[in-house]
Design a binder for this molecule. Structure first.
Ligand code: ZN
Ligand code: ZN
Length: 280
């Protein structure tokens, strides 16, 4: 294992697509895998969401996971956020220590039951008993704040999404990153839970599934727009936003256009593309 910088705070996107994975040339620069974000805080590995992007990431983690506890935080259990779970290689490493955390979701007792149901017949051939890692399941309270080492602080807030979803903020070494995904805004109102979570945050990723002009066609699906993300960023004095959870119909060119509009307001805003990484 390479020597880790104990103050390193780095974010990498392994999947930025929402709803469904996509493939093909029109989507190649953005990437086709669904939600998965790697957050490195010193020698801690935090993962937010286990969409299809987690598969390739998992194969890279196999060599380090016996020495490092992996913290997997799920926003919720819609397929695009969990469908990579059965294919996450560290689950099959005997000495790996993995914690899976999720907020309480409608129709589910706790996080352990959630994973069992995800891998139950007739949807999947084998259950989580095939995993050999040591797995700890935690069900998070709404609006909780806790530390996963004495320097890494996690804060959560409920999102406005059918069945529930949790937004996360990570504070480490004087810097911060938040992941706000799968949340619907009410036009003309700004979600206080989100504003609290992204208050003065350095960078946050945001559910930019839609544009304001598309919102009326998608009311009730639980998603937001890049324009609302920018409004929230301004009010909360956030450093910059990474637009994420791109719809399967959104091609690279359309995303370039969205990004152009965002950077005209704040040159630090950007579209999140698979493989992008940055240090805080
Ligand atoms: Zn989603
Ligand atoms: Zn969802």
């Amino acid at each position: 294992m390479t020597k880790t910088d104990k103050n390193n705070f780095e974010v990498k996107f392994w999947g930025t697509r929402g709803t469904l994975p996509v493939a093909g040339n029109p989507f190649a620069r953005t990437g086709g895998n669904t939600n998965c974000i790697e957050v490195t805080c010193g020698n801690h590995t935090i993962i937010i969401d286990a969409g299809t992007g987690i598969r390739e990431f998992g194969s890279k983690l196999v060599s380090v996971c016996p020495d490092q506890k992996i913290h997997l935080f799920l926003s919720h259990a819609h397929y695009d956020h969990v469908e990579g779970i059965p294919f996450f290689a560290p689950f099959f490493v005997k000495d790996a220590n993995i914690e899976i955390c999720c907020g309480k979701l409608e129709g589910s007792k706790d996080t352990s039951e959630l994973i069992s149901n995800l891998m139950a017949r007739p949807f999947f051939p084998v259950g989580p008993e095939v995993f050999s890692a040591k797995i700890e399941y935690n069900t998070l309270e709404e609006n909780s704040t806790f530390n996963i080492s004495n320097q890494i602080k996690i804060s959560t807030a409920p999102m406005n999404h059918p069945g529930g979803s949790t937004g996360y903020r990570i504070d480490f070494n004087g810097k911060s990153f938040a992941c706000i995904t799968d949340t619907e805004h009410v036009s003309g109102q700004h979600d206080e839970n989100i504003l609290r979570l992204i208050d003065n945050v350095d960078v946050f990723s945001y559910d930019c599934s839609l544009m304001d002009k598309e919102m009326d066609d998608f009311r009730g699906y639980g998603h937001s727009t890049f324009e609302e993300g920018m409004r929230l960023a301004k009010i909360a004095n956030a450093g910059s936003m990474r637009a994420s959870h791109h719809m399967p119909f959104r091609n690279d060119e359309e995303l370039d256009e969205i990004e152009k509009t965002m950077t005209e307001e704040n040159p630090d805003h950007a579209a999140a593309r698979e493989g992008d990484s940055f240090k805080l």
